[in-house]
Design a protein around this ligand. Structure first.
Ligand code: MG
Ligand code: MG
Ligand code: MG
Length: 310
C-alpha cells in the first residue's frame, strides 16, 4: 500500500520563510519518523529573493506546487489566516500548524498547533532540530538562516527576538555564512531588482489578504534597499490598487514600500475609510500616500493597528 502523503505548505504568494520552512520541516519530520511521506509544498511561484537563496546554496528542487487542497492532508507553516491558505483547504484536512503570525484558526479536531511570537517560522523549526538532536545538513541550514534574515529584515524588524539572533548565530557555521549583514544586504538587493516588472507583478510578490473585524483588507509589502525608485511609479501602483479593490472586493488596500536602509515605509492607500486609517496611525494621508518612519513589519506594526481600528 502506498504511504499516505502529508504536504507541508506556507502561505499564498510564498516568501522565503514559507518556502524554506516547508522544506526544512519536511526534512525534519521524515528523519524523525524514518519515512518519506512528508512533502514540501508551495502555494504559488517562488519570489526573486528565494531564487537567489536557492542559487546561493545550490538548492535545486522546488517544493511541490499545490493549487487545490481538496482531499489533501496538510501541515500549515508560516500562516493560519484562512484567506492565505491553499484553495479548497476546507475540503482537505489540516493536521498540524507551525507559525509566528496573528492567529485566525478554528477547528473541532485537536491537532499539534505551535505558534510563537518570534521572528520567523524557520527559527521555531531550527529550535526543533536542536531539541530533537537532528543534524542539520548544510543546505538546510542555509535555507533556515536565509529565512530568519529575510523575515527579521536582517534583525532590524521589531518582530526580532533575542532567540532569533542566537539561533541564527548557531546556524552560521553550519551554513557556511561568516557575515550575516553582508549576506542579508546581498539577498535584499537581489529582490530589489524591480526594473522590468509591472506594478501588478510587484504588488503580488508579497501580497496578503486579511479579514479584520469584518473588513476585507489587502496589504502588499515591498522590501527594498531604495524605496524612492518605486515612489516614482506611484500612479501606476494606484491604478492597479483601485482595480484590485473592486475586483477583490476590498474595503482597503495598502502597498507598503519598505526601505530597509532608511528603516521606514512609504505607504500607498486606496480605501473607503481613509480618515479612520489616518487616526489609527496618527498620521496624515495626502494624495493616497503616507510615510511611516520606523515601520518595518506588516505583521507587528500595521495589521494590529488596523485590527484595533475596525
Ligand atoms: Mg511569510
Ligand atoms: Mg514568516
Ligand atoms: Mg517578509
Amino acid at each position: 500500500m502506498e504511504e499516505e502523503k502529508i504536504y507541508i505548505i506556507g502561505h499564498k504568494n510564498p516568501d522565503t520563510d514559507s518556502i524554506c520552512s516547508a522544506i526544512s520541516y519536511a526534512y525534519l519530520k521524515n528523519k524523525e519518523e524514518n519515512t518519506k511521506k512528508y512533502i514540501p509544498a508551495r502555494s504559488g511561484k517562488i519570489n526573486p529573493e528565494t531564487h537567489f537563496i536557492f542559487k546561493y546554496f545550490d538548492f535545486t528542487v522546488l517544493p511541490h506546487l499545490i493549487e487545490d487542497a481538496t482531499g489533501k492532508k496538510v501541515i500549515l507553516v508560516d500562516h493560519t489566516e484562512p484567506k492565505q491558505r491553499p484553495e479548497n483547504m476546507d475540503k482537505g484536512e489540516i493536521v498540524e500548524v507551525i507559525d509566528h503570525h496573528n492567529i485566525n484558526f478554528q477547528q473541532a479536531k485537536p491537532i499539534f498547533f505551535h505558534v510563537e511570537p518570534i521572528g520567523s517560522t524557520s527559527t521555531i523549526i531550527t529550535k526543533m532540530y536542536f531539541d530533537k538532536n537532528i543534524e542539520i545538513p548544510k543546505k538546510i541550514a542555509g535555507l533556515l538562516i536565509s529565512a530568519i534574515v529575510s523575515d527579521t529584515v536582517i534583525f532590524k524588524s521589531p518582530i526580532t527576538t533575542e532567540e532569533d539572533r542566537k539561533i541564527a548565530e548557531k546556524l552560521m557555521p553550519l551554513a557556511g555564512i561568516d557575515n550575516m549583514d553582508s549576506f542579508g544586504i546581498e539577498m535584499f538587493k537581489a529582490k530589489s531588482n524591480w526594473g522590468k516588472k509591472t506594478a501588478d507583478e510587484i504588488i503580488n510578490t508579497d501580497y496578503k489578504e486579511y479579514e479584520l473585524a469584518g473588513k476585507n483588507i489587502g496589504i502588499a509589502q515591498i522590501e527594498t534597499v531604495d524605496a524612492s525608485e518605486l515612489e516614482k511609479r506611484k500612479q501606476e501602483f494606484l491604478e492597479v490598487m483601485k482595480k484590485m479593490k473592486t475586483s477583490r472586493n476590498l474595503d482597503l488596500i495598502i502597498v507598503l514600500l519598505t526601505d530597509i536602509i532608511k528603516e521606514g515605509c512609504l505607504a500607498f492607500l486606496v480605501g473607503d475609510e481613509i480618515e479612520t486609517v489616518e487616526k489609527a496611525f496618527n498620521n496624515e494621508i495626502k494624495d493616497n500616500q503616507m510615510y511611516l518612519p520606523g515601520v518595518l513589519s506588516r505583521k507587528k506594526q500595521v495589521v494590529p493597528v488596523l485590527e484595533d481600528l475596525f
